[in-house]
Design a protein around this ligand. Structure first.
Ligand code: AOF
Ligand code: ZN
Length: 342
């Protein structure tokens, strides 16, 4: 295998951990001797060993068998090895300490704590460094992580479920499932991709949701964020599934400008807003929203239904453009992106 093929392998194997590594990027690291793979390591779970450390640990098992000294090995890693002492120590320093003399990197880490500094540590310690093989693929596979560091804000998606006539729920709050079962399962997958799910009082009281990702694979569950001024955390809290399990952050105000920097500080690269018309429209008005997903059913709620949007063409007026749409069961899933954004 040549270096390019090994990089592709590291990228595709790393991708298997996208639901457990988040909000960290997925990273793959492969150690080779004369282009033969000696060991591999991946960042499997948030808070646990980085990929390079796992590759070094696994290589040690083959020392004095497949190779004698780490200076014989080349490290191919998808992301720049970190410089900082984070939850698990600095990968760049561990590489230097091991005696490895050549490192091939897919992409520079966009995290300002690391960016360029990991490479600098390697170079200062006479490690030869090449950067840039398949950097676009690395950025694409870590879309939210790169977005957050490049734009200094989390990627924000508003998801709504709408009846054919554009309604969210009945005025009298009579419970009704708007979308079909397949669409509701698709929402579980969507939740699994995000670092946080944000909702408000009305959704909490009307739907009594659990707001976690119920999927049949391992997930670092999204943190739950509640924005509500009126909801008292007293009596009903203990009976609400929303407060079970995953961590909940409760903001007792509706100041979106204040919530976003706090989420950023808390390492959140992506937020899925699943709220009622009031909070969803407040978000859409801010200009912070990058994507709008509408699950549209075949059924109508009629004149007793509450509309998602007051104005005609509200979605376009908020600056969104339909990017794609597909059928999910009997419903339609429409993905809108901010004009001019990918
Ligand atoms: C690496 N290898 O496998 C990953 C890296 O909170 P920590 O200590 O886990 O550090 C997270 C940061 O480290 C993350 O924001 C990103 O900059 C980098 N991720 N770096 O050398 C890895 N996952
Ligand atoms: Zn690291």
């Amino acid at each position: 295998m040549n270096y390019e093929e090994i990089m592709l392998r590291a990228i595709s194997e790393a991708g298997k951990y996208k639901y457990t590594a988040k909000p960290n990027p997925v990273v793959g690291a492969i150690l080779v001797k004369d282009k033969e793979i000696i060991s591999e390591g991946y960042h499997i779970r948030y808070g646990k060993n980085h990929a390079e450390i796992n590759a070094l640990i696994n290589a040690n098992k083959h020392k004095n068998k497949k190779f004698n000294d780490f200076s014989e090995l080349t490290l191919i890693c998808t992301l720049e090895p970190c410089s900082h002492i984070g939850k698990t120590g600095s990968c760049a320093h561990a590489i230097v300490k091991s005696g490895i003399k050549k490192v091939i990197i897919g992409s520079i880490d966009p995290n300002p704590k690391v960016s360029g500094k990991g490479i600098q540590i390697l170079k200062e310690n006479n490690v030869h460094v090449d950067v840039g093989i398949h950097q676009d693929l690395v950025a694409k596979q870590n879309k939210f992580f790169f977005y957050r560091h490049i734009n200094n804000k989390p990627y924000i998606t508003v998801k709504i479920a709408s009846s054919l006539d554009g309604k969210s729920h009945y005025e009298n709050h009579e419970r009704v499932f708007i979308t079909c079962e397949e669409a509701r399962s698709d929402v579980q997958l969507l939740r699994a991709e995000y670092d946080a799910i944000l909702t408000g009082t009305n959704t909490l009281l009307n739907d009594n949701p659990r707001m976690n990702a119920r999927v049949n694979f391992a997930v670092n569950q999204p943190e739950k964020i509640l924005m509500s001024t009126s909801f008292s955390l007293g009596a009903n809290k203990s009976e609400m599934p929303f407060f079970e399990g995953e961590r909940v952050t409760h903001f007792q105000h509706n100041d979106i400008d204040c919530v976003i920097p706090i989420m950023l500080e808390n390492d959140k690269c992506s937020i899925l807003v699943e709220a009622g018309p009031k909070l969803a429209n407040s978000f859409l008005k801010t200009g912070y929203v990058d994507e709008l997903i509408i699950y549209k059913s075949q059924n109508e709620l009629g004149e007793n239904g509450v509309s998602w949007f007051i104005q005609d063409n509200a979605v376009e007026n908020y600056g969104f453009k339909l990017e794609s749409s597909c059928k999910i069961g009997s419903d339609l899933k429409e993905i809108y992106k901010k004009n001019g954004k990918e």
